[in-house]
Ligand binder design. Structure first.
Ligand code: PLP
Length: 725
């Protein structure tokens, strides 16, 4: 979903980007429930020839093929093309007669099979994907790995350079890293692939020889601790080690990712771990209902379609008359109710339910009742059943004379029995409660259901265990349609929430005791529903309008739409990553990679000699025994030993900040020091100095460190070279 929105926004902004992926014959699975509410999976075959897909062919009309090596077998893939606006998406497909039966099945299912199938799919995606671009005559200047699953791409990118220009792996890797971008999308362990070292060696023993790497050298690329022969090979680590640019998908997730992966960057303070944050967004135009779009045209002006990032434009949401906004919103709610009834009837008929039950379904839900949506993958951390925590209290809320109703949808992973049990529990609860018509589960969550839901609900409920929801995007889709969010302060909501735009569950706490957390947070939701949401929704003036509710809708639209649009996201990637990476990549490629080799050799030289560097004395040039006042200028000098590394290759920094309870500098800040001359300590010694202003009170610590410096080094901390005093 997210990658699709990314491509659409890239198209809108005319960013020259192509997408690469796998074309799954059976997609993800199709979901239906049995009588007991237990998820069943169907795997219908997609007919690509009836979809807007085109097989890529060469001039003679033959399908273009690429091959990859899997345990000595050449596996062939054909390439399909999808036009996403003006962006090209290429999808690989191994289901062709050239391949052995098992290899034909490689692209059958998303998230299917075992670890071995998984590594095969990732070899196809990463290595095959880059070969597909080559076969199509496309030379990417920058490669963006969207999650670690595609990280083998970085190896293939290096291999191609080695092959073409006779470089070593170190050279090619140094050059390509400068234009590799990596986005990590989840802290949930299942989302970060780990492979047994034996499995990796099996699949890569030939390939790594082409890279000139020993088994241990190769495995080290995917290990936090290169010397630990037991450690599994992690695709996220591989991606981090091979990319100069890395990010998480919300501010909070950026922090979480820095904490999770700090060991990949030994000696680097956690807050400086080079994983930044670019918060996700959605392609507004794809998710806004046609009715709301008409309102936006009328009150914001047609430009919202082209430039949804403009905050001033969205400010005009406040000019939409309350009555009109509410009328449109109610119409969408009614459509959601009708859609849900049709779906329910069909679901029940398909499972052969008694006709009484089918008749009841025709009257499920109520178009005038406060409607809450919850639709997402039924991964357990998302806690779809949180509201069942106190069934009696929940029933009482559903059945009161100011009722609420729920529409649920979502698939559990086929192997995730806990997730499936959540669905069953919801269905069982819905059957038992006196107000069974107020809680429905729609089977087979997909974009159609998602659109109906986000366009028609009053409130979008989001109950992940913080901080496991890296961003979340469905709540943004509801926002764009005037829906309000009721959510744990996790992912995007942790940065979007204010009282004026929605509701927060808790205050951003994290719990060690999950049961206690569920109790506290379920009660918080009940309390908020009873005391806040329900009164705000049902308190109507003589004109029948919930004025405070509508005011919230407008504030939420006005403030959040411009920020959480995918246009803003793609712009941010372009400005922060794609463009600088592209410029660097062109520069390094100049003169048959003359610059690139120079840079790569520099990196190697620095890496080999770095251990010779030491920081000698650090001298504060002021009286440290007396008090320092805010505003005082503080001068420091330091003696450093650079051996024969030239001073321009090293950045010497004063690192200072508040002291924590353990006498460590927390959240320190680095000030670049300037070379003042050679030191009288002897050959290879230099003196550096800096003057800083004391800006905050309390106890401070200071130290000096050195990191590599080079104009082509996009990310000085990525080399993992850092020397502290
Ligand atoms: C938006 C969307 C998702 C992703 O939603 P999150 O809130 O980011 O988990 C998943 N499935 C469908 C069908 C969607 O439309």
């Amino acid at each position: 979903m997210l990658a699709g929105d990314h491509l659409k926004a890239a198209s809108d902004l005319a960013v020259p980007l192509v997408g690469v992926g796998l074309l799954y014959q059976q997609g993800y699975f199709r979901q239906y429930l049995n009588n007991d509410g237990w998820q069943q999976e169907r795997y219908p075959i997609n007919n690509f020839y009836t979809m807007p897909l085109r097989l890529m062919r060469d001039d003679s009309g033959q399908p273009i093929h690429i091959t990859i090596d899997l345990l000595g077998r050449a596996v062939t893939a054909q390439i399909w093309h999808v036009l996403v606006g003006r962006v090209n998406l290429y999808l690989l497909d191994t289901n062709i007669p050239d391949n052995a039966k098992a290899d034909q099945g490689l692209t059958d299912q998303l998230y299917g099979g075992d670890r071995e199938l998984r590594i095969q799919q990732e070899i196809l995606l990463g290595i095959g994907g880059l070969r597909a671009l080559q076969a199509l005559g496309l030379e990417p200047a920058v490669c963006h790995m969207n999650e670690g699953h595609s990280a083998f791409m970085a190896l293939e990118r290096a291999r191609i350079l080695m092959d073409r220009f006779g470089m070593t792996f170190q050279q090619a890797a140094a050059i390509t890293a400068a234009s590799n971008v990596f986005t990590t999308h989840t802290p949930v362990p299942a989302g970060n692939d780990y492979f047994k070292p034996e499995l990796v060696e099996q699949y890569f023993q030939d390939y790594r020889k082409k890279l000139g790497l020993s088994k241990e050298e190769f495995l080290a690329l995917g290990r936090v601790d290169a010397t630990n022969a037991e450690e599994y090979f992690c695709m996220t680590v591989l991606a981090l080690r091979t990319s100069a640019y890395a990010n998480g998908v919300s501010k909070l997730h950026g922090q979480v990712a820095r904490e999770m992966w700090e060991d990949v960057y030994p000696q680097v303070p956690q807050h400086e771990v080079p994983i930044r944050a670019i918060t996700n967004g959605v392609h507004i135009y794809s998710w806004v209902s046609s009715e709301m779009a008409v309102l936006y045209d009328r009150y914001l002006g047609a430009r919202w379609r082209e430039d949804p990032r403009d905050p001033q434009l969205w400010q005009r949401a406040s000019t939409i008359p309350d009555e009109e906004l509410w009328r449109v919103h109610e119409r969408r709610r009614e459509q959601l109710v009708n859609f849900s009834r049709d779906r329910l009837v069909r679901q029940l008929q398909n499972r052969g339910a008694p006709s009484l039950e089918v008749e009841e379904a025709r009257e499920a839900l109520d178009p005038d009742v406060l409607t809450i949506g919850f639709a997402r993958r039924f991964a357990t951390y998302k806690r779809a059943t949180l509201l069942l925590h106190d069934p009696e209290r929940f029933s009482a809320i559903l059945c009161s004379d100011r009722p609420i109703q729920f529409v649920f949808a979502g698939k559990a992973h086929p192997h995730d029995n806990d997730g499936k049990a959540f669905i069953r529990d919801l269905v069982h609860f819905a059957r038992k409660t006196d107000c069974r018509s107020r809680i429905v589960f729609l089977e087979d969550y997909d974009m159609v259901i998602a659109r109906m839901l986000v366009q028609g609900v009053d409130v979008w409920l989001n109950t992940p265990r913080r901080p496991l929801e890296a961003s979340g995007t469905s709540g943004m889709k509801a926002t764009m349609n005037g829906g309000l969010n009721l959510s744990v302060l996790d992912g995007w909501w942790a940065e979007a929430y204010r009282r004026e735009v929605g509701w927060a569950i808790g205050n951003g706490e994290e719990y060690a005791d999950e049961e206690m957390q569920d109790t506290i947070e379920a009660n918080a939701v009940y309390e908020m529903l009873e005391k806040d949401l329900i009164p705000a929704f049902y308190d109507r003036g003589s004109d029948g309008l919930p004025r405070t509710w509508i005011a919230r809708m407008k504030t939420s639209l006005g403030e959040l739409c411009p920020i959480f649009s995918m246009d803003r996201v793609v712009q941010e990637y372009t400005r922060e990553f794609y463009r600088p990476a592209m410029e660097l990549s062109h520069h390094l490629a100049d003169n048959e990679f003359h610059e690139g080799r120079f840079f790569a050799d520099w990196k190697l030289h620095i890496r080999e000699n770095w251990k010779l560097l030491t920081v000698g004395e650090v001298v504060p040039e002021f009286n440290t025994t007396s008090e320092v006042r805010v505003g005082d200028a503080l001068r420091f000098t330091a003696q450093v030993y650079l051996d024969h590394i030239a001073p321009e290759n090293v950045m010497v920094q004063l690192y200072e900040g508040s002291m924590d309870g353990e006498g460590e500098i927390s959240d320190g800040y680095a000030h670049d020091m300037t070379l003042t001359g050679s030191s009288d300590r002897g050959e290879g010694w230099f003196e550096y100095a800096v003057a800083i202003e004391s800006t905050i009170t309390g106890q401070h610590g200071y130290t000096v460190r050195m990191i590599p410096r080079h104009p082509d080094l996009a990310n000085p901390l990525q080399l993992g070279l850092i020397t502290w005093a």
